[in-house]
Design a protein around this ligand. Structure first.
Ligand SMILES: *Cc1c(COP(=O)(O)O)cnc(C)c1O
Length: 314
C-alpha cells in the first residue's frame, strides 16, 4: 500500500497520465470533473493518448468502448455535478477480465465513506484541496495504490516531474484529516436536510443528492459506501431563478471548489464545466438552470433560511 502526496489534485492526475504511452486508450466517465476533462483533451491527447467517454454507471457502455489499445478505465463516483453513481466492484471485474487498470477519483467521498481499493480498483486519486484539507485553505492531491510495482513506477515519475506537496501544506492536510470524520458526518447530515427542503420547493425541478431514496443510484450507493457525502446539485425552474439564487445568497458563498467548512454554491455551466461544448453539456443536464452546492459546517437552519430568501423575488 502506498499513498503519494502532490501539490494539487490535477498534479496527481497529470502524473498518473504519464503511466501511459502514446497510442494508449482510456475509457473515462462522461460526467467528469471539468479540470480532468481539460487535461485529457488538451494535454494528454496531444501526447498521443486517446479517450472515449462512457456513462460508466452503465457497464454495457464501457464494454462497447473497449479497444485492443485500451489500458485503463477512469471513473468518478459520484460524478460531478450530476451525481451519477458507478458500481465500482462491477467495473473492477470488467477491468480485471480485460487486463485494464481501474482508476477511481474518490474526491467527493474520501476514504472515510468509500474505499475503492477494497472494491477492486487499482489506483485511487484524490483532490486533497477538497474534503481531506477540509478548510478551503490549501491545495493537495493524492494517488493511492496497493500494488508495489505500480507504486514504484508512480514514485519515479513523481520524483522526476517534481509536483510534490510542500511541508506546510502537508501539515495543513494532516490537521484537516484529524477532524475528517466529524466534519464529513455533520456536512452530510446538513446536506440531507437541505436536499429534503429543496425537494419540496416549488421553484426546484430536480434534486440530485445520492442520499435521497429517490435517487436512481441510491441502492448502489448504500451497497458500496458508508456515507453519501455533502454534494448536491439541483435544477431550478428557470435561468432567472438560478441567477437570482446565486446573486442573493449571503451566508453561502458563490465560489468554485468544494468540501470545506464554508458552504459554496457554483454555477457549473459557467464555472467548472465551461470548457465542455454546449450541446454535450445540455445532454448531460448541465444547463443554465443547474446549481451545485457543497454543504459546509454552518447551521442547517441558517443555510436553509439563506436559500429561502435567495429564491424570493425582491
Ligand atoms: C477539484 C477536483 C480535482 C482537482 O483537484 P485540484 O486539487 O483542484 O487540482 C479532481 N477531481 C475532482 C473530483 C475534483 O473535485
Amino acid at each position: 500500500m502506498d499513498a503519494i502526496a502532490f501539490s494539487s489534485g490535477m498534479a496527481a492526475i497529470a502524473v498518473l497520465m504519464e503511466l501511459f504511452k502514446p497510442g494508449c486508450h482510456i475509457i473515462v466517465s462522461d460526467d467528469l470533473y471539468g479540470g480532468s476533462h481539460r487535461l485529457f483533451r488538451s494535454i494528454s491527447e496531444k501526447n498521443g493518448l486517446t479517450f472515449s467517454l462512457a456513462v460508466t454507471s452503465d457497464i454495457s457502455q464501457i464494454e462497447s468502448q473497449l479497444k485492443p489499445q485500451t489500458k485503463a478505465i477512469f471513473i468518478e463516483t459520484p460524478t460531478n455535478p450530476m451525481m451519477h453513481v458507478t458500481d465500482i466492484a462491477k467495473v473492477a471485474q470488467l477491468a480485471k477480465s480485460h487486463g485494464l487498470l481501474l482508476i477511481v477519483d474518490n474526491t467527493f467521498l474520501t476514504p472515510y465513506y468509500q474505499k475503492p481499493l477494497s472494491l477492486g480498483a487499482d489506483i485511487v486519486t484524490h483532490s486533497g484541496t477538497k474534503y481531506l484539507g477540509g478548510h478551503n485553505d490549501t491545495m493537495a492531491g493524492f494517488l493511492v495504490v496497493s500494488d508495489n510495482e505500480l507504486s514504484e513506477k508512480l514514485r519515479y515519475i513523481y520524483k522526476t516531474t517534481g509536483a510534490c506537496l510542500s511541508p506546510f501544506d502537508s501539515w495543513l492536510i494532516i490537521r484537516g484529516l484529524k477532524t475528517l470524520a466529524i466534519h464529513m458526518d455533520r456536512q452530510q447530515e446538513t446536506a440531507m436536510k437541505i436536499a429534503q427542503w429543496l425537494l419540496s420547493h416549488k421553484k426546484v425541478k430536480a434534486v440530485h443528492y445520492v442520499g435521497l431514496p429517490t435517487h436512481p443510484d441510491y441502492e448502489i450507493s448504500k451497497k458500496q459506501t458508508t456515507g453519501f457525502g455533502s454534494m448536491i446539485s439541483f435544477e431550478t425552474d428557470s435561468e432567472e431563478t438560478a441567477i437570482r439564487v446565486l446573486s442573493k445568497v449571503s451566508i453561502i458563498q458563490y465560489a468554485e471548489s468544494l468540501g470545506g467548512v464554508e458552504t459554496l454554491i457554483t454555477y457549473p455551466m459557467l464555472q467548472t464545466h465551461a470548457d465542455i461544448p454546449k450541446e454535450e453539456r445540455e445532454i448531460k443536464g448541465i444547463n443554465e438552470r443547474l446549481l451545485r452546492l457543497s454543504v459546509g459546517l454552518e447551521s442547517a437552519d441558517d443555510l436553509i433560511h439563506d436559500l429561502e430568501q435567495a429564491f424570493e423575488k425582491e
